[in-house]
Each structure stands twice: as structure tokens, then as C-alpha cells.
Design a binder for this molecule. Structure first.
Ligand SMILES: Cc1ncc(COP(=O)(O)O)c(C=O)c1O
Length: 333
């Protein structure tokens, strides 16, 4: 099938840059040095490509992602890098033979892991991002509580999400160092083999983590493109021009197909004016016609992917495979 035959808006994964990104990352962080975060693509077929590059341990953000990974035979070592208050669906996965670890940052979430039948935990430490994570000085106490509850404490995690997107490498390096000082101190109190941290923006400057949780690197977005990382743009949204005026064109693809929390996407071959619910209004660089197909580069990959049911793997103008985005949503797999 050719790209022109696809119903739009269509999510495109371009094969060559995708494979180049997977290789570039595996060269720097081989095997278990990378625990790819699959929230960035939510696609078990893409996770298989990461396995083919030597990574067999994965991070997930939702219980559904954990379920689909396990059901896809990718349950070698799955970390839910988020807190949950009802861990029973995770306990079922563990009973089914997957290796399941969950992040905990409070008495409540430790107790939930134990009650739900999850055998292993990481103590999630706040390293500066105002999100989840216990204060570093509370990590040892939580680890003791978890061990008393019969849980295996594998170590710590601490996501420096406030650092990964900084444009200056120097600032990323110093911010990362500051954050990881907290995580390493917490790890001294917690013990275990694992120090899990990092994202795409710090993949090669976080020397403290035993494993990086980078995910966006596989597909990239315009926010990460600004950092000068060795990864290429591999995801696009294909849209059809439905209306043209003297200076502007409008494509049928808007907020319902694009994650916008990092700002506007970019239009290839034009300058974006604005996005509305189902439309992108742009000034084309050469005269546009109704029926033209344009490529839009998302500003934030993860939420963009979550809007689409499937991705088309393409090589130039040819569609070579169709991959379900099978980990989107929250319900049981
Ligand atoms: C806990 C955690 N780890 C890792 C990542 C991956 O980060 P990146 O998008 O920089 O690859 C995220 C992304 O939001 C995250 O929430």
C-alpha cells in the first residue's frame, strides 16, 4: 500500500530513522543499561524491535501497558514506574509468570503492592521533579517497611524529569548531578542492585543510574529535537488538506490527533498558524491544493501516540507494516 491510500489523520513511523535511533541508543546503553520506557510509543511491535536491539527489561506507566507487555511475551522484567493504590492486576501478571516490579513512595503504596501480590518494588525518590517520589531521607524507612511486608526491594528509582528537556547540555549535566546526588544518598539507605533513572535528554550524562528509563529517543518530537541529541525524527502525523484560501491552507488534523502540552507541532512544507479541534491552519511554502497530503511533526510524542489506534511503518511513500498502538487506554488488556 502507498501512503496516499491511507485514511488520515494517520500516524506514520518512518523505518530508517526509527532503526537508526534504536541502534544509536543501544550502542551507548546496551542491554540492561537501558530499560526503555514504552509509554513513549505504547506499541508492542516497537517494543519487539527494542528487544531485537538487546533490551529485555522495560518501564511502563500504566497497568494496562504492563498487561499488554506481559501478554505479548515481553514480561521478562517489567517495572511500573508509577505508584498504584490497587495492585491486584499486577499480582495476576506475576502469578502468570511475568517479573513484576512497582514503584512505591508511601506506606499506602507499599501496603498496596503487598496486598496485590506484587513481589518486588523500587523505592521511588523525589529528585527534584514535583511529582511522585518520597523525600530522599524517608527512602530507607520505606524500604524497611516493604521488607517487613515480605516485598523484595530491588533498589531505588528517581526520575529527573525537570532536567531532561533543558536545552543546554551543561545545565542538563549539572542538574542531573544534583538530582542523582539525592538518589544515590537514598540508595545507600535502601540497598539493592538497581538505581533506575534518566530519560532521553540525560541518556548519556547520567553516570549514576545503573539503568536509563529513556523512551522518547525511539520516535522523537520537536521538543527533544532542540537538544541536539543523536536521534532523528521518526514519527509524523499525515493529514489531508481540506480547504485552501489565498495565503492559508487547512488540514484535517488538530488537537484530537496531536499532544499539544509542549506547544504547537511543526508542519513540513509550511508555517503553522494554529491548531483547533480537528484542523491545522498553516501558510504553505508553495501553493497548496485541496487533497494534498502534509506531514506534521508532533511537539510531544507520548500524548500524540495515545490519540491513535495504529501506526503505519513507512519507507518513503510505501507502507510496509501496520502496528496497533495496543497499549493505549487504561482498561484491562
Ligand atoms: C518515570 C519516567 N521515566 C522515564 C521517562 C522517559 O523520558 P523520555 O521521554 O525523556 O525518554 C518518563 C517520561 O515521561 C517518565 O515519566
Amino acid at each position: 500500500m502507498m501512503i496516499d491510500e491511507l485514511p488520515t489523520p494517520a500516524l506514520l513511523f518512518e523505518r530508517a530513522p526509527l532503526e537508526a535511533n534504536l541502534k544509536a541508543m543501544a550502542d551507548v546503553l546496551p542491554g540492561a543499561k537501558l530499560r526503555p520506557h514504552i509509554k513513549a510509543h505504547k506499541c508492542s511491535e516497537l517494543a519487539r524491535r527494542q528487544v531485537a536491539r538487546g533490551h529485555e527489561t522495560f518501564c511502563c506507566a500504566t497497568i494496562r501497558e504492563m498487561e499488554v507487555m506481559a501478554a505479548s511475551g515481553l514480561g521478562e522484567d517489567l517495572l511500573l514506574a508509577n505508584e498504584v493504590v490497587d495492585a491486584r492486576r499486577l499480582g495476576v501478571l506475576s502469578t502468570g509468570g511475568a517479573r513484576i516490579t512497582v514503584a512505591v513512595d508511601s506506606d499506602d503504596t507499599v501496603d498496596a503492592a503487598a496486598a496485590g501480590g506484587v513481589p518486588e518494588v523500587l523505592i521511588d525518590v523525589n529528585v527534584g521533579l514535583p511529582r511522585c517520589g518520597c523525600p530522599p531521607e524517608d527512602a530507607g524507612r520505606l524500604a524497611d517497611r516493604a521488607r517487613r511486608a515480605g516485598l523484595e526491594v530491588r533498589g531505588v528509582m528517581g526520575y529527573e524529569g525537570h532536567i531532561v528537556g533543558l536545552a543546554s547540555r551543561e545545565e542538563r549535566e549539572s542538574g542531573c548531578s544534583e538530582s542523582m546526588e539525592k538518589l544515590v544518598a537514598a540508595h545507600r539507605d535502601v540497598g539493592g542492585d538497581v538505581i533506575s533513572a534518566g530519560g532521553t535528554g540525560t541518556f548519556d550524562c547520567n553516570g549514576w543510574a545503573t539503568e536509563s528509563q529513556a523512551g522518547s529517543y525511539a520516535l522523537m518530537d520537536t521538543a527533544y529535537a532542540k537538544l541536539g541529541l543523536p536521534f532523528e525524527q521518526a514519527v509524523f502525523v499525515l493529514a489531508t488538506v481540506v480547504s485552501v484560501s489565498a495565503t492559508l491552507a487547512v488540514a484535517a488534523c488538530g488537537l484530537e490527533s496531536l499532544g499539544m502540552d509542549h506547544g504547537n507541532p511543526e508542519v513540513m512544507g509550511g508555517k503553522l498558524w494554529f491548531c483547533s479541534d480537528e484542523h491545522v491552519t498553516f501558510a504553505p511554502s508553495s501553493p497548496a491544493r485541496v487533497g494534498d497530503r502534509i506531514r506534521i511533526v508532533p511537539a510531544h510524542v507520548d500524548p500524540t501516540i495515545a490519540y491513535h489506534e495504529r501506526a503505519y511503518l513507512v519507507e518513503g511513500e510505501t507502507v510496509v507494516e501496520e502496528w496497533p498502538i495496543d497499549m493505549r487506554g487504561w482498561g484491562p488488556a
